[in-house]
Ligand binder design. Structure first.
Ligand code: TYM
Length: 342
């Protein structure tokens, strides 16, 4: 199959499970805005149906979905140029997910490390939805014939599965119907690490709020978290090899590079040999300069949730118009009577 046969279309999603953080911003939101600003066709989804694969309090989910939408807009996503919507409002996602449940093999799902991590020791008590999660994710992407999917490093395995699902469907039915989408995992911040532990990734679910910078943090909190970030006693190296065994130092340099749109080499040319007592305040100033306006804009947008709901409803309507014919054609390929337009 030649991917060139498909018009470039970008799709990605974020779970509205609260605590939107710097990793989500640098690994996803900032890059979503860059794709939009390049003039590509972009769809971005608050994946509320994915969020409920683990328990969500209804009021908290409602709040987190609106806050995530505010985070998208505050990060530069323009609802006129990008389609912004919440997953549950476009039924085609779940309809296509069922199709992919039937394409995906149990063995493929059993290999998913995110399921193992999230289900933990008590996998028998995890929801069936958590197990089937990657099929819904494949449906999110393929229901739009999306060709490019910007994500952080932790989503790589899910995207490989999406590619396998697309190829298996095409092969089983002898068609060239679904594109095999490209993961776009680029830049210096594809895996932002915890500020307390350079070995674990910055995450919404880390019990320590000091481990992450939330997009809702105010300037003082951001500065305090960076000041207290774990580091080692040595100054920054002047070359990238010097970061090899220093995960905390490498993480802060990566964050600095991503916030300034520079390479790690460029940052080390500028800041090499600096002690952390000098680098941390510099990083804190930078983070405040870049993130405080986002947090302020999110707070402003959250004062008018009716407007956010209107934006999401408009996005869902536009998304449905793209998804419906692709689902219909999928059903028709599979032999579902009534799917073909008469
Ligand atoms: P989620 O909600 O966990 O994360 C949203 C995005 O943020 C990225 N990310 C990070 N990037 C860098 N450093 C980090 N520490 C970090 N933490 C999170 C994630 O890689 C992701 O890009 N399954 C997805 C949501 C999803 C989706 C989709 C994505 C559902 N359907 C279709 C793409 C296409 C998830 O749980 O992301």
């Amino acid at each position: 199959m030649t991917e060139a046969a498909f018009t470039p279309r970008v799709f990605s999603g974020i779970q509205p499970s609260g605590n939107l953080h710097l990793g989500n911003y640098l690994g996803a939101l900032k890059r979503f805005a860059e794709a939009q600003d390049k003039g590509l066709e972009t769809l971005y989804c608050m994946v509320d149906l994915h969020a409920v694969t683990v328990w969500q309090d209804p009021a908290a989910l409602r709040h987190a979905t609106r806050e995530l939408a505010a985070g998208f807009i505050a990060s530069g996503l323009d609802p006129a140029r990008s389609i912004l919507f919440n997953q549950s409002q476009v039924a085609e996602h779940t309809q296509m997910a069922w199709v992919f449940n039937c394409v995906t093999r149990m063995g493929w799902m059993q290999r998913m490390t995110q399921f193992k991590d999230k289900a933990g020791k008590n996998a028998q008590n995890a929801s069936l939805g958590l197990f089937a999660y990657p099929a819904l994710m494949a449906a999110d992407i393929l229901t739009y014939h999306a060709t490019h999917v910007p994500v952080g490093e932790d989503q790589k395995q899910h995207l490989e599965l999406t590619r396998d699902i697309a190829m298996k469907f095409n092969h089983d039915y002898g068609v060239d119907f679904f594109p095999v989408p490209e993961p776009v995992i680029e830049g210096t911040a594809t895996r932002v690490m915890s500020l307390r532990d350079g070995a674990s990734k910055m995450s919404k679910s880390d019990p320590s709020d000091m481990s992450r910078i939330n997009l809702t943090d105010d300037a003082d909190t951001i500065a305090k978290k960076i000041r207290k970030a774990k580091t080692d006693p040595a100054p920054l190296p002047s070359e990238i090899v010097g970061l090899a065994d220093r995960p905390e130092a490498r993480n802060l340099v990566n964050i600095y590079a991503a916030l300034t749109d520079q390479s790690v080499d460029q940052v080390l040319r500028e800041c090499g040999a600096m002690p952390f007592s000098a680098f941390k305040p510099r990083l804190a100033d930078l983070a405040v300069e870049k993130l405080a306006p986002i947090s302020a804009e999110m707070a402003r947008l959250m004062q008018d949730v009716a407007e956010i709901d209107r934006i999401l409803a408009d996005g869902a309507r536009r998304a449905r118009a793209l998804a419906a014919p692709i689902l219909r054609q999928t059903y028709d390929i599979m032999g579902m009577v009534g799917a073909r337009e008469v």
